[in-house]
Design a protein around this ligand. Structure first.
Ligand code: URA
Ligand code: SF4
Length: 234
């Protein structure tokens, strides 16, 4: 019988394999028309209504001019994934690649995020939805400003209302601060579970920060395990 410490290290090594093993995931066109794994019978009944509302919301975002970021964006990036997801990942805002393609987390940080998710059986095509706090790219990847975040927040709230995820993974300081309502650094915020409009929030480091500093892989793994615990209802 393995003890808890052994199990922990085995899981950590497994996770490291995922991160370092050259594992490349073939990404398909997002299947917004499919209910995610978390879809219960009750949700299935209202599924097509939610799908219609999501399309309307996406169109609104694509043409939105509610804040100054509309002047410098190329494409707004509403988000992608399944309806009724287990997990909604919320990042900060689109980067260059996301602005060019209109899809969230498709650059280096996004590929890394996909590996994190696959380590906990998560995937944007089956059980996750991925989006950002602000839907348009801040020029030069600067932090989004408070008025931009507030202008865009109604879209995120409407998305969460339609998606009804079991858990939110907040990626990085900016998303974590806004969703927890606290202004501590991410190193202080992470490690606890918060609540945003009735949904548990697990804050963690941003994947691009972890790409720059490998020491952050371990706390991220702990946060992903916390997410798994919440999903399994233990
Ligand atoms: N970083 C983010 O926070 N969001 C993206 O979509 C891409 C990079
Ligand atoms: Fe609209 Fe949000 Fe884009 Fe601002 S960032 S223009 S509020 S979609």
């Amino acid at each position: 019988m393995k003890n808890t410490a052994q199990q922990f290290w085995e899981l950590l090594y497994l996770f490291e394999d995922y991160l370092t093993g050259g594992y490349e995931q073939q990404r398909e066109v997002p299947l917004l028309s499919l209910p995610g794994d978390a879809c219960c019978d009750e949700k299935k009944a209202c599924f097509s209504e939610a799908a219609d509302e999501m399309k309307i919301l996406e169109k609104e975002i694509l043409t939105c001019r509610k804040c100054g970021l509309c002047g410098t964006r190329h494409l707004a990036v509403p988000g992608e994934g399944v309806l009724c997801p287990s997990v909604v990942v919320i990042g900060e805002g689109p980067g260059a690649e996301e602005d060019r393609t209109g899809r969230p987390f498709v650059g280096a940080a996004g590929k890394y995020l996909d590996k994190w998710l696959s380590a906990i059986d998560g995937d944007r095509n089956t059980n996750c939805y991925i989006c950002n706090l602000v839907k348009c790219r801040p020029p030069g990847n600067r932090d989004p400003e408070e008025d931009e975040i507030e202008a865009c927040l109604t879209y995120l709230v409407r998305q969460l209302d339609l998606l009804k995820p079991k858990v939110i993974l907040a990626a990085g300081r900016i998303a974590s601060q806004r969703l927890t309502g606290l202004d501590s650094g991410i190193g202080i915020l992470r490690g606890k579970v918060y609540d945003f409009k009735g949904i548990p929030v697990v804050p963690t480091y941003h994947p691009s920060a972890v790409l720059r500093n490998q020491d952050l892989r371990r706390p991220v793994w702990e946060d992903l395990k916390q997410l798994q615990i919440l999903l399994s209802g233990r």
